[in-house]
Design a protein around this ligand. Sequence first.
Ligand code: IMP
Ligand code: MG
Length: 336
Amino acid sequence: MSCTVIVGGFFGDEGKGKIVAHIAHKDRPAIISRGGVGPNAGHTVMKGATEYGVRMVPSGFIYPDARLCIGAGVLVDPRVFLHEVDMLGVRGRIFVDGRCGIIEEEHIARDRGSEHLRATIGSTGTGCGPANADRVMRTLRQAKDLPELADYITDVPLELNTAIDEGRVVLLEGTQGFGISLFYGTYPYVTSKDTSASQIAADNGVGPTRIDDVIVVFKAYPTRVGEGPFTTELSVTRSHEMGIEEYGTVTHRQRRIGQWDGAMARYSAMVNGCTQAAITGIDRVDEECFGATEYARLTPKAKEFVRQAEEDIGVPVTLISTGPEVSQIVDLRGEI
Ligand code: IMP
Ligand code: MG
């Protein structure tokens, strides 16, 4: 197992960041590289009492021995990127493909000024949609054109494929979630690019034959921010009764909460070519599971939830997250 893609199976915010961080500490990758749209994504990674919210730097930054990359498919907002590099102290080990598209202030203004994007679609207002539109029109600047990014530029596909050739471990980190894919999601209530595993591989310049595993991350209680259909959505009153309340990392908007959607999980696993699944938030199914690190410590209710999810998805659930901290996880990967 050398090259793994990790993607979100529902509407984003499934806890991919935490799964990536766990796998990184365990599998010791040489490189962790990010695909996905751009700084519209927010990853929350918790280590001890410290919570990190990142938008440009791969969430695998928390594992100190990996080189970090941002693939050519990703849009870079240089202001956000340089701020995070400083804040996290990752200079010297983070690199950006020279072909990444650049988000300008003007894209942010267009995103926020557009009634359609802001009000109807509920965009994050980070400039991604307008920048991808300009990218398609071939008027966008690239990372290699910016002097302030000169120290960070690399050829991401060359680095990744060389590492794979050498038998080293590589993680390709996706952002967003399947339900907001431009191709397969609930169009027009979607983001400005596909979000499936194939896209994440393409963003990084890694061909489909080189991917060994696709881990799709599903949230026990899926969430959605912004507008659009959400079949299994719970009322705000009901979700509050259940003690579930979440806010977006980027926009701080309240997330809509839903129940497990077996049909969506199955379809998402199919299009993603899922080989293993991760379930996050199992402590919401039964709070007695909070912090468990062994399968035996999960309650019958939680085990039944996992069994049903496996039946829906059609592949083994190998990672079960039991709390926000990186260490709070049941890892069954060695046991299948
Ligand atoms: P945009 O990607 O900012 O244009 O927003 C389009 C839609 O995708 C909106 O409903 C956003 O809330 C949603 N969205 C974009 N990125 C993310 C993400 O990382 N997590 C969850 N929702 C997202
Ligand atoms: Mg997020």
